[in-house]
Design a protein around this ligand. Sequence first.
Ligand code: HEM
Length: 463
Amino acid sequence: DTAAIPHPPHRLPLLGDVVGLSPRRPVQSSLRLVRDLGPISVRRVLGTDIVTVGGADLAAEVDDDRRFAKHVGLGLRPLRLVVGDALFTAEDGEPNWRLAHDILRPAFTREAMRGYHATMLDVARELLASWDAAARAGAEVDVAADMTRLTMETIGRTGFGHRFGSFEHDRPHPFVTAMTRVLRFAQLSVSPTLVSVRRLLAGSARRNRADMDLMNRLVDDVIDARRRGETPDRDDLLGLMLRTAHPGTGRTLDPVNIRRQVITFMVAGHETTSGALSFALYHLTRHPEALARAQAEVDALWGQGDDPVPAFTDIPRLRYVRAVLDEALRLWPTAPGYFRAAREDTVLGGRYRLERGDWVVVMLPLLHRDPAVWPDPERFDPDRFAPGAARRRPAHAYRPFGTGQRACIGRQFALHEAVMALGLVLHRYHPVPDPGYDLRITETLTLKPEGFRLTLTRRVPAE
Ligand code: HEM
């Protein structure tokens, strides 16, 4: 029963709260609709009530795994058609979730990160080589596109022993192009079905199938190459999935599920990290004092040499660089929300009744701006993540990696990769943005700055 929950003022008969809603930018347009309505609100879109939680107190309740479970809702539904019961899109309690989670857990320990470090560094160096060339030529770089090259290459090589050769081509890899279109198609197909959107979808349904075929073929080739021994057999994600039986039950993942997991990791493993790095660079170009502090930190660690060789243990020492990424993910969490469904009938916030199965969405850009927790919420300020600062905030006020047992399995992976890459970039270049650039954010289920370009000048790090 959503009657007690505030809703936007301009509700239309039948259509509901669609005034101002943009199918291409659902997160940003929803944010505008609900941000003044407080920590909980409801929108009725074509008969569906979408309850949005954006306050830390209520988030603490819905994050509780005893009362709520992950819900594969709205934006995730079409993804589910693509990757079924793989980790990200499995319903809570589906047997393949537990199986895959337990089998893959060892690939995300600290020890596993130590094993990926050298490969992550190799890929970061390829980014630097490509940006050196741009710097020499005085050419601009397309930040989100290059960060996508970096993260795609990193997950491909560390997870599956596959090289996409992302830095060897001017155009994005066909997998990235296909995947971006599949995600956009998925996003549009759950938007309010305005006639124009329907037409657009009908036109692109065939291409969507072709895109999915391309992704499946590529992934099958990667798996077959491993099976035939053409790529080294290792304990990476693929090795674990092909060889490991569950320690408790002895079950293994079936081939269809493995394919779905590989696609899941290719998608989940790079889009969001790439966006986080891009937003971080965007904010740094707007905040020279934060840029200077981050550069002072990497200089102090790596000195003046042109080509530092970061040790595994260097990365957690880059506290300020990490805080920059944390703050970038606060303002624009690149996975902008998650869905939670009530396990039983329950009352939220002491007054909103939910029946078993009713779901809500935690809208992260709103939660991360909850004025009760975040003073001056629009201000970019990495010091919010200074050591010890999190202890002074309620837990659940910051959830860019989701919550509970369904939180992001790749969090450490993403942070290790991103802190190292951002540290190396800041050590080497002074980033100069196009002075006319205003932040625009594109949405393909995830968020990224659109059209954000930099000119790079090589810097001489200070002692
Ligand atoms: C789940 C965010 C990087 C793999 C999630 C969820 C969020 C998230 C919010 C929970 C979604 C939900 O509850 O519906 C992010 C962000 C990243 C990032 C912001 C980077 C900055 C990665 C990386 C990988 C990864 C690098 C893999 C290498 C996954 C998987 C799940 C997941 C497999 C599903 C886990 C499960 O349900 O068991 N991520 N992620 N993510 N993420 Fe990430």
